[in-house]
Design a protein around this ligand. Sequence first.
Ligand code: BTN
Length: 327
Amino acid sequence: MKQAELIKILSDGNFHSGEEIGAALGVSRAAVWKKLQKLEAMNIPFNSVKGKGYRLPEAVTLLEEQALFDYGFPQNTFDEITIELSLDSTNNAMMQAAENNVTARKICFAEMQTSGRGRRGRAWVSPFAQNLYFSVLWPFSQGIAAIQGLSLAVGLAVHRAMKELGVNGSGLKWPNDILAEYQGKKAKLGGILIELTGDITDACQVVIGVGLNLDVQIKDQVHIDQAAVGIKQLGVNVDRNKITAIVVSHLVEVLKSFSKTGFAPLKQEWNDADTFCGRDAKLILPSSEIYGKCAGVNEKGELALDTEQGIQMFNAGEVSLRLDALK
Ligand code: BTN
């Protein structure tokens, strides 16, 4: 019996007795008990009530390979698709996978992450089966120069998926945040963490981590250090497998075109989706801050900031862009 089979039974949010679970899975109550203990060790939250049995705190839709394919997830693109119940970080898993195979394309999903990572050393809060957490391992043959603008292209892919899903007010923030207007504020809908391994002048492997908020509940907000929103809060209630299939389809399409022609053909579409264009902003660099008006991106994906010293261009790196609160 696999852990996933047990979770599947509990995923309806109703109570199930040990006896019932054992009968459904064809194992003893003791074996069920062992599996439940393992769930606990994995930090997957579940309730255990004497006389009633076990349940997940609420009903969830689990990611399933067949359901993904039924919703149009791109077949024949990945050499390996994995769906894990819990990982420290899907980016970590794909970075490790890159060490063993330098040419494979892989995708890895986790229902929860115990050490989900964001940009600039931040944590990415990843509660069980509530949002979407995945990483893609994608080989590039021409070194780091060929991936300039990739993080913006990935943001655009997610934005296209939001449009297809009918998420109102989705937009982009340089370099790779997906934002949405919620309760009068710009709130974070998704983020992207790109990491690189291999030879930066030749064949390298890129790990593209995507976190997309589907349901950000008040209990989660307290752990998140910025305004965040899920597509459910924006009025879109769509099956998680369908959302995943749509997001990954757009991502694969963008990755294939980016591998051939880079960011330049995507520039206009990116600028049209830019929520900061024309706004006064502050760019936080590792050791300084620069104020200016956002003026879109160029064909390399560099940000143009109209400063007192004139237009300056910036590379996406360990930088952060904020609206200038003083203006
Ligand atoms: C950001 O700071 O905006 C980037 C967030 C990236 C989060 C995703 S979730 C899946 C993948 N695994 C991680 O540990 N991080 C990325």
